[in-house]
Write a protein that binds this ligand. Structure first.
Ligand SMILES: O=c1ccn([C@@H]2O[C@H](COP(=O)(O)O)[C@@H](O)[C@H]2O)c(=O)[nH]1
Length: 236
């Protein structure tokens, strides 16, 4: 597989569990994501181990703070050699611009993307937090803010990708969690889509955690998802 589309979310409480799963996978077949649980438990050493095992690593810490703090955190993340890092679009233009400028001059510049609206949220959750409109409107507004601030892409749900492709073009990365194979439980995800539908609608990368990490055979599940996606490429 040329550029793996699946990013496996290693949501584990220890380095041993994360490495055990990673050792069953293959950098040619997927990328890996380190999120808040694993990073809080293990710190940068786990990031460095996975980077040196040859995996592209997405450091998903969703930085959201004042511009100076976020910029400094992004710079340190770049120095860990990660492939992608993210911030929260709700931090606003000054924060997004500061984050981008902080990594622009790094020797190794990771892709920088912004979270729009969490895939665990639907309209009601949005309204309770004071965000007006429907998910598609909020996602479009925040994605435009990220694009005009010079970021490389956004995290959104695959339910928004067709609309974002029309509005923002084909170069902007659309990274979509909330991916569920047809027979999987939706867990705490709300705005979901199957892997092949998500690629068809325009996702650049699919973030998939529990359907792979909790499968009896994670490698088999990953290969099954990859074949589903590749098949789609052949049909087009
Ligand atoms: O909007 C978002 C942003 C990030 N995530 C992260 O993706 C994975 C999804 O895991 P699953 O087990 O496939 O649900 C997880 O690490 C989240 O923190 C997201 O789901 N939605």
């Amino acid at each position: 597989m040329h550029d793996p589309k699946v990013i496996v979310a290693l949501d584990f409480p220890s380095v041993n569990e994360a490495l055990e799963l990673a050792n069953r996978l293959d950098p040619k077949l997927c990328k890996l994501k380190i999120g808040k649980e694993l990073f809080t438990a293990t710190g940068p050493s786990c990031v460095e181990k996975l980077v040196s095992s040859g995996f592209d690593v997405f450091l998903d810490l969703k930085f959201h703070d004042i511009p100076n703090t976020v910029a400094s955190a992004c710079k340190v993340a770049a120095q860990l050699g990660v492939w992608m890092v993210n911030v929260h679009a709700l931090g606003g233009r000054a924060m997004l611009t500061a984050a981008r400028e902080a990594i622009d001059n790094e020797l190794h510049r990771p892709k920088l993307i912004a979270v729009t609206l969490l895939t665990s949220m639907g309209s009601e959750d949005m309204h309770e937090t004071g965000l007006l409109g429907e998910p598609q409107e909020a996602v479009l507004r925040l994605a435009k803010l990220a694009q005009t601030s010079g970021l490389d892409g956004v995290v959104c749900s695959a339910q928004e990708t067709a609309m974002l492709r029309r509005e923002l073009g084909y170069e902007f990365a659309l990274v979509t969690p909330g991916i569920r194979p047809a027979d999987s439980s939706r867990d705490d995800q709300v705005r979901i889509m199957t892997p092949s539908d998500a690629i068809y609608m325009g996702s650049s990368y699919l973030v998939i955690g529990r359907p792979i990490t909790r499968a009896d055979d994670p490698l088999h599940m990953l290969k099954k998802i990859n074949s589903e996606i590749e098949l789609l490429g052949e049909i087009e």
